[in-house]
Design a protein around this ligand. Structure first.
Ligand code: SF4
Length: 242
């Protein structure tokens, strides 16, 4: 099966409409999460690394416990890796606390105890990939950069590509290009948080809430599943959807 390039990105009107609907949805459904009450790059990094492979409700108490013990990069860098690993238990994937400890040591040694606001420098650190670097830069430094995790990929794929094109998509670049085209220059923080919440709680893998979804009229997946009914004159009646 041939790979599908992202031949055309959504036009400005569609991008604006998608953001507007997403942000309106976020205003009603946003989750109150502790890492949304800080702009400390280190605290945001801790939350992002904990959230890799672990559900939010398990991360919240450990996030507080971890930052009570290691409130700064300096405190973490000065600790013994085995102690950090012990505190991390039972989140699992124990390479994560060791990576975090390594990042803290590097930040203290090279960047004066602060995470750099630079994609290349962040991604040069062990355990920080494109997604995590983007999350730190957007959520801590306010940069209008895209982030793509499995939730974001699913939402953008469903809305803008539809099932057939999404299934044929190969590699990550096309999805990052799409995500990058959609990030607003302002309100990038809310937009990216909204996208993740929308994927995690609404447009979920197995039970998407299409019937009440604000995106449904322009969602490629919804439209593919429900061909538009036609009126007596043969014209598509978009109002009948949902
Ligand atoms: S209509 Fe359904 S598939 Fe499309 S964005 Fe909404 S919940 Fe997701």
């Amino acid at each position: 099966m041939a790979a599908v390039p992202m031949t055309s990105l959504p036009d400005r009107r569609r991008r604006v409409r998608f953001r507007r609907r997403l942000l309106a949805w976020y205003g009603r459904h946003r989750r109150d999460l502790p890492w949304r009450r800080t702009e400390d790059p280190y605290h945001i990094l801790v939350s992002e690394i904990m959230l890799q492979q672990t559900q939010v409700d398990r991360v919240v108490p450990k996030y507080h416990e971890f930052l009570d013990r290691y409130p700064t990069l300096e405190a973490l860098a000065a600790s013994a890796p085995d102690d950090v690993k012990r505190l991390w238990y039972p989140l699992g994937y124990n390479v994560r606390p060791l990576n975090l400890h390594g990042i803290a040591c590097e930040a203290v040694a090279t960047y004066g105890g602060r995470l750099p606001d630079d994609d290349e420098a962040l991604r040069a650190m062990r355990g920080i990939g494109r997604y995590t670097a983007g999350a730190v830069r957007c959520f801590a430094y306010g940069r209008p950069v895209p982030i793509v995790d499995t939730n974001v990929r699913r939402v953008l794929g469903r809305v803008f590509l539809g099932p057939r094109r999404l299934a044929r998509l190969r590699g990550q670049k096309a999805m990052w290009d799409l995500a990058g085209a959609l990030v607003p220059p302002r309100k990038a923080y809310d937009y990216n948080q909204a996208l993740m919440d929308f994927g995690a709680t609404w447009c979920t893998p197995r039970s998407p809430r299409c019937g009440l979804c604000p995106m449904r009229r322009s969602c490629a997946t919804y439209r593919a599943a429900r061909p538009a009914p036609r009126g007596a004159d043969g014209r598509v009646d978009g109002r009948a959807r949902g």
